[in-house]
Structures are given as C-alpha cells and as structure tokens.
Design a protein around this ligand. Structure first.
Ligand SMILES: O=C1O[C@H](COP(=O)(O)O)[C@@H](O)[C@H](O)[C@H]1O
Length: 260
C-alpha cells in the first residue's frame, strides 16, 4: 500500500478544478493504455464539487465517456431518484450531461429496488456485480479501479465507513450494509476497506475548515477503526487533495504553513 501524498490548493473552487483536470488526465491515460477506464465516485460536497467542475472543464471532451465504468464508494439507502442519493446528485452535477454508456454506470441499489428494504441483500448484489467485472488480472473480487475518490467527513469517515461501526472492521466482504450511521440517513451501502485498497489510486478530498481536524487526525498515524480515512490507501498511490482551510491543522512536518 502506498504512503499518502498531499496536494494543497488555495481554496475549494481551485481544488475542485485542479482535481477535475487531474481526473480527466487519468481517464484519458487509462483509456489510451488499457482501452477503458474505471472510476469510483464519492458523494458529499467535495465529490459533487469535483463533478460540477468537470462538467465545465474545457478538456471534458477529451474523455471517451462511452469507455468509462463508473462505480460508487457508498450510497444512502433511499428510493430511486431521492435527492439525497449520491447517484442522483452525481447525475445532476455531471452524468446527465455526458454521453456515458448506461450499462457502465454501476449505481448502488435503491431501497425501492429488487431487494426492497433489505440492505444486506442490496450490498451482496453490488458485491456480485463488482466480482463479475473483476478479471483474472485483478487482485480479488473487485476490478482494479483506476481512481477511487473519497470525500472525507468531519468525523474522518470515508464512503459510509464511520469510526468504530462494524463496517470499518470488515476484512472479507467487499460491500456491506450499514445501520445506524451517525450522519443521515442511518441506512447505507458501502465499499469496505479491502475493496477500497484494491484501487490503483485512492484520492481523498477534503476542503473547508470543518475537515481540518479530520485531516490532521487521519494523517497523524491514527488507526483506521477510529479514523477510517487513515485506512484508505491505493495500491500505487494515495493522494490527499486539500484546500488550505482543510490543511490548516496538519502537523508542520506534513504541510508547513506559509510564512506571513
Ligand atoms: O454522507 C456522505 O458523506 C461523505 C462526506 O461528505 P461531505 O459533504 O462532508 O464532503 C461522502 O464522502 C460520502 O460519500 C457520503 O455518502
């Protein structure tokens, strides 16, 4: 697993634009070398900010959207089309505006889908979908995602892996149901740390003052059960993309504050 690297941008708008440009380059490169690309999206303010920036990025049309697989790191277990679902927000921010192949848009199940309110069955079916997409060249039951993005919550949660809840302790399954999440809604579906760690690159997005403490804790040697963001690492690269507000409490050894 890779050691975290940090990139600190001046503010959240610049961070979103730079991350969008970075993502375009990654997708184009993956499509050039492997024929297609796979990206795991995150919900939350920073993830949606990146998608909105991508929608207006001048280089957006460099991507072959029909050769892109989209997956989700987590989902709020709500009915299809609910405005709080991560996929609904992603569609609004970007997905409805680009020519994706609908068969390659792998949304997590909704609570009014084939599994009804059975969140464990919904999680299992997503795990099966991931396993079907994994080839022999992959390292387990999920594809080797080119980029997996995670918004970092103020409590250090990533995807729907909240501190101390059972999901963050999972070592076998790739997708699990979550009950009693401290952030609404309480019922969710999430990739686990083993699935996250199968990604080639993991990008953690943190912008705003309310993320400063979480970034400092996760990057200062905290354990992943207490600080799930600390356990999110990519096989080849782990990249923290921050704005200066989110970086403001980092230890000086990681990010020396600018001298006045
Ligand atoms: O509920 C969620 O929250 C996190 C972080 O969101 P933010 O708004 O604090 O940036 C997000 O990463 C996750 O996907 C989402 O379901």
């Amino acid at each position: 697993m890779s050691t975290p690297q940090l990139v600190v941008h001046h503010d959240k708008e610049l961070m979103a634009q730079a991350a969008a440009a970075r993502l375009i380059t990654k997708i184009v490169d993956a499509q050039a070398s492997r024929g297609s690309a796979s990206v795991v999206l995150t919900g939350g303010r920073n993830g949606n900010g990146l998608l909105a920036a991508l929608a207006t990025a001048p280089a957006r049309d460099a991507v072959d959207w029909s050769r892109l697989d989209l997956w989700w790191g987590d989902e709020r277990f709500l009915p299809e089309g609910d405005p709080e679902r991560n996929v609904t927000q992603a569609r609004e921010a970007l997905l409805d505006a680009v020519p994706l192949d609908p068969k390659r848009v792998h949304a997590m199940p909704a609570s009014d889908g084939p599994h009804g309110h059975d969140v464990e069955a919904a999680a299992e079916s997503y795990a099966e979908e991931l396993a079907r997409a994994a080839g022999p060249e992959n390292h387990g039951a999920v594809p080797t995602f080119d980029v997996l993005m995670l918004g970092v919550g103020p409590d250090t949660h990533v995807a729907s892996l909240f501190p101390e809840l059972p999901a963050v302790r999972e070592t076998e399954r790739t997708v699990v149901g979550v009950h009693g999440a401290p952030k609404p809604p309480p019922t969710r579906v999430t990739l686990t740390l083993p699935a996250i760690r199968a990604a080639r690159e993991v990008w953690l997005l943190a912008a705003g003052e309310d993320k400063a403490q979480a970034a400092a804790i996760a990057l200062s040697g905290a354990g992943e059960i207490q600080a799930p963001a600390a356990g999110a690492r990519g096989r080849a690269r782990t990249l923290w993309l921050l704005d200066s507000a989110a970086a403001s409490q980092l230890p000086r050894s990681l990010y020396p504050p600018a001298s006045s």
